[in-house]
Unconditional design. Structure first.
Length: 190
């Protein structure tokens, strides 16, 4: 392995670690339906994808998803059977976080790189939201029907949007602002 590859591997490991630490500081706050947001815990994954490409972005996001799974393993224990456990693992962790590694997929379509970063965040966070939404409808609503009497679709939509929308907005704003002073870093030119 050459020194460039080692540097990239170490950088990705450090960024995954930073994202993991940021994910531990979750703000439960004023959300009426529950859930919580972090302060840009997925931004390091977005950065990896833009600096090193989709392969490294997806691989790093997959590793991040497995770490999140380990940290959230207590959620899997609620599953009454293996199929439900697999659904939780895939929809709430593995697929949901791995899609963030696709955030650089619009770079060849959108010429303005700063805009491409923000649109990539919007797209991949939407994909993550879809995973959590499906999990809410197919798994969690079956295990614990909501106490509000809402239908499963409405509840999952409201619950997951209540934390995913602020998370996406905060991450997109920080990425937009940081692109100016850190442009060379975002583009992998340093």
């Amino acid at each position: 392995m050459d020194s460039k590859a080692i540097k990239r591997l170490v950088e990705c490991a450090l960024l995954i670690a930073v994202g993991t630490v940021l994910s531990l500081f979750e703000f439960k706050g004023v959300w009426a339906l529950g859930g919580g947001i972090t302060f840009c815990s997925m931004l390091p994954l977005v950065l990896i994808a833009h600096r090193h490409g989709l392969k490294w972005g997806i691989g790093s996001a997959l590793i991040f998803s497995l770490i999140q799974l380990l940290l959230g393993m207590s959620n899997v224990t609620y599953a009454p059977d293996a199929l439900t456990a697999i659904g939780i693992i895939l929809l709430d962790y593995v697929i949901a976080f791995t899609v963030i590694g696709l955030s650089a997929c619009l770079n060849k379509v959108v010429e303005n790189r700063r805009l491409s970063i923000v649109l990539g965040i919007c797209l991949t966070f939407f994909l993550r939201f879809v995973c959590h939404f499906l999990s809410g409808v197919l798994i969690w609503e079956v295990l614990w029907p909501n106490g509000e009497g809402w239908g499963p679709v409405a509840w999952s939509l409201a619950y997951n949007a209540s934390y995913m929308v602020p998370e996406a907005i905060i991450t997109a704003v920080v990425a937009w602002i940081s692109f100016g002073p850190l442009k060379k870093y975002w583009l992998g030119e340093n």
